[in-house]
Design a protein around this ligand. Structure first.
Ligand SMILES: O=C(O)CCC(=O)C(=O)O
Ligand SMILES: [Fe+2]
Length: 320
């Protein structure tokens, strides 16, 4: 407990640095940390590392072991779970929007995980034998964590449960497992192109010690050092839109290592499918809406049709 208080005090001290207070979001992170009795390492207001959290170690370790084994399987075995034409779910590659596009240096396995009725068993690997049960436990535990984060963040904004938290009870979760093979000419490729995530909140687990995730801060790319067992929590575009820009989604990318492979698991949290995505009236008060309002499905359709290039998708959703 003492240790926890000390790390929280450090977090608070850093949050109060002039550069973060000018943006006005600093206290919400501290309050998130306090309400969750946890420690947060703030590195940017669109992102933080959650060091102590409710997801059990054995759930993390089993998930990590299973995905490492999956990507080591022969190509023919992995292809049994391959994406189908025009679909994103399954094993394959990300965001292929045109034939002449330079592809990112990564393979991925993209699965719908919550609510359970959205799962598509044909894309869920049956090798290794424990993969499905590991992902099932991981997905549930990460959703619980995300629900408590979202509820706390919404409360800090003065919102009632109905505004965001209740809409997440039957919220969707999609999980993308990224595998970045080493590349001798690493500086010539990009693992995952610069982007912000379209959803509300993303919880990223960096699976091994290899560094690759970078966030954009004041026009420069800053590496995010993997902290064993910690989640990197990213604010997504939907959270930016719902809060009419009070929170900003974070632009990030992944680079590859010349010698070692890197793996990460991103769990994308969404509200339930019937939610309208637009500035909440509790947030706007007398100010103008800064973003368009659309249903969740249309929002996602535009996102996936847009080439990943920084926050260019959100630019399209801005009014004026
Ligand atoms: O590999 C990473 O650390 C980042 C993954 C990511 O940003 C994503 O899957 O959207
Ligand atoms: Fe991302």
């Amino acid at each position: 407990m003492r240790q926890q208080r000390r790390s929280l005090a450090m977090a608070t001290a850093r949050l109060r640095s002039p550069s973060s207070t000018t943006k006005g979001y600093c206290w919400s992170w501290t309050m998130v940390a306090r309400s969750l009795h946890t420690s947060i390492e703030p590195q940017d207001w669109g992102f933080f590392q959650l060091v102590n959290h409710s997801v059990p170690d054995d759930v993390l370790e089993s998930m990590k072991a299973n995905i490492q084994q999956f990507f080591q399987l022969p190509a023919e075995t992995k292809k049994r779970f391959a994406q189908e034409q025009g679909q994103l779910e399954g094993y394959g590659q990300l965001f292929v929007v045109s034939e002449d596009q330079k592809l990112d240096w990564a393979d991925m396995l993209f699965l719908y995980t919550q609510p359970p009725e959205m799962r598509n068993a044909k894309f869920w690997p049956d090798q290794p034998a424990t993969f499905r049960s590991a992902l099932n436990r991981y997905s549930g535990a990460v959703k619980d964590l995300s629900d408590s984060l979202l509820a706390t963040m919404a409360k800090n904004l003065g919102l009632k449960r109905e505004a965001i938290a209740d809409k997440c009870i039957h919220g969707m979760q999609k999980v993308r497992i990224n595998y970045y093979p080493p590349c001798a000419q690493a500086e010539k490729v990009v693992g995952l192109s610069p982007h912000s995530d379209a959803n509300l909140l993303t919880l990223v687990l960096q699976v091994n010690h290899v560094q690759g995730l970078q966030i954009k801060r004041n026009g420069s790319w800053l590496p995010v050092k993997p902290v064993s067992g910690a989640f990197v929590v990213n604010i997504g575009d939907m959270f930016e839109v719902l809060t009419n820009g009070r929170y900003r989604s974070i632009e990030h990318r992944a680079v590859v290592d010349p010698k070692e492979e890197r793996l990460s698991i991103a769990a994308f949290q969404f509200p339930d499918i019937h939610t309208m995505i637009g500035p909440l009236k509790e947030m706007t008060g007398h100010e103008d809406d800064a973003y368009k309002t659309s249903d969740l499905e249309s929002f996602m359709k535009i996102f996936f049709a847009t080439k990943l290039e920084g926050k260019n998708f959100l630019e399209q959703m801005k009014l004026n």
